[in-house]
Design a protein around this ligand. Structure first.
Ligand code: UTP
Length: 402
């Protein structure tokens, strides 16, 4: 164990790690500790940064998009043909709400046939590559927990018909889970309880993996970043790309009209005049219900985790640190006597960087409305809202054979 790490362990007085100081640290744990970002621990008990002043943002609504659809589409297709657009699939999450113990993309959403979430997403992307007659590089972010499984799955399914030369994987960073006193938890005899550090670190992880060189080599200027959950989303949508180019913005977000003012979805807005995402927990009832003269909710456009970012801007901000969110979770751990504890109530903090916070780092962001029933079918839960059932129904409604 290197001296710096030992000093960190001593300085933060680590209850579960102290036992190893005498008997020696297992190899895996030693590596985890030496690569650890200890600054996460400083966030415990610290108040999150104050929010700024929120105001509504103008969104490009459906009627405006319809009026200029063909021109926007043509411009977007041109950018794709020129190789300026790549897609980034964020697939490092653990999908705990779904309760599926593999990567979420490996979930079979089919009813009468096999249809994996990854397969459906590739099929959505291929709708565009076939029409444009150009391939779009696809970078897939995984985590240490699901990387091997995910890569094997793609191989075993022959990349679902996509050209494998255009698919690259990279692994995101991990963060520790700690008890409420800041003690790093141990998951097994040789490992700390580590989990993926949220979806906000994707660009720095991509750079760390050396893939920025690939972007440069290919001349990619725009990245369409999307989550694994939404099986109906359009990926590298030429109309969306065309609208973003026309707007002159350095980022853009596909948004849907909220199903109701209280819907639990982040709303695109301005914060201190900069683009931002207002989380539903920070939305007062008054703000949630406020409407403009047309009757549209002022904070009524929810983000769908489908963004465009200009690569130049991402390079400019890559070393600016996002502030991690401290979240309460149930984390199984080994007590000092080796006993495994499986908590039934939250017992630990995890640390997550969020892609939504990246929007606030942009100078501007185009909100681009899409038809909810055609492009938004997130698979978050096994049952109920945003579930396997609702996504299946929406796939069928849109003519997808499942
Ligand atoms: P969610 O916020 O739904 O998190 O991720 P999750 O871990 O997948 O699911 P729950 O909350 O445990 O049920 C939104 C998107 O961000 C990705 C997910 O894979 C999904 O595409 N993500 C999330 C990452 O890539 N890495 C992370 O660390 C977290």
């Amino acid at each position: 164990m290197n001296q710096v790490t030992l000093e960190k362990i001593n300085a933060t007085n680590q209850k579960y790690l102290n036992q190893f100081k005498e008997k020696g640290f297992p190899e895996k744990m030693e590596k985890q500790l030496e690569n650890m970002d200890w600054s996460y621990l400083d966030l415990i008990g610290k108040k999150p940064s104050e929010k700024g002043e929120f105001s509504p943002i103008e969104v490009m609504e459906l009627s405006e998009i319809e009026d200029k659809r063909s021109q926007l589409k043509e411009n977007g297709m041109k950018a794709i043909k020129e190789g300026k657009v790549a897609a980034i699939l964020l697939a490092g999450g653990q999908g705990t709400r779904l309760g599926f113990n593999k990567a979420k993309g490996m979930f079979n959403i089919g009813e009468t046939k096999e249809l994996y979430i990854f397969e459906q997403l590739i099929s959505n992307l291929m709708d565009v590559t076939k029409e444009v007659k150009a391939l779009i590089p696809l970078y897939i972010m995984t985590s240490e927990k699901n990387n091997d499984d995910t890569q094997e799955f793609f191989k075993a399914h022959n990349y679902f018909g996509y050209d494998k030369e255009y698919v690259k994987f990279f692994v995101q960073d991990m963060a520790p889970a700690v008890d409420y006193d800041g003690n790093i938890l141990i998951e097994s005899e040789d490992s700390l309880a580590m989990s993926p550090n949220g979806n906000g670190g994707w660009f720095s992880s991509l750079v760390k993996a050396g893939l920025d060189e690939d972007l440069k080599k290919r001349g990619v200027e725009w990245l369409n970043v999307f989550g694994v959950d939404n099986v109906l989303q359009r990926i590298a949508d030429p109309v969306f790309i065309g609208a973003t180019l026309e707007s002159g913005c350095q980022s853009a977000s596909k948004v849907v009209r909220k199903a109701n003012p209280e819907e639990k979805v982040g709303a695109l807005c301005l914060e201190n005049g900069k683009p931002s995402i207002l989380e539903y927990i920070d939305l007062t009832k008054e703000m949630a219900e406020a409407r403009n003269e047309k009757g549209t909710l002022l904070y009524g456009f929810g983000v769908t985790l489908n963004y465009l970012f200009k690569v130049d801007k991402l390079r400019e901000i890559v070393s600016d640190k996002l502030e991690a969110h401290v979240v309460n979770k149930k984390v199984p751990y080994l007590k000092e006597n080796g006993e495994l504890v499986k908590p039934t109530e939250p017992n630990a903090y995890k640390f997550e960087l969020l892609i939504t916070d990246m929007i606030y780092m942009m100078d501007n962001c185009l909100g681009f409305e899409v038809v909810r029933d055609k492009e938004f079918a997130p698979v978050k839960n096994a049952k109920g809202v945003d579930s396997v059932d609702t996504a299946r129904a929406l796939l069928k409604k849109n003519g997808v054979e499942i």
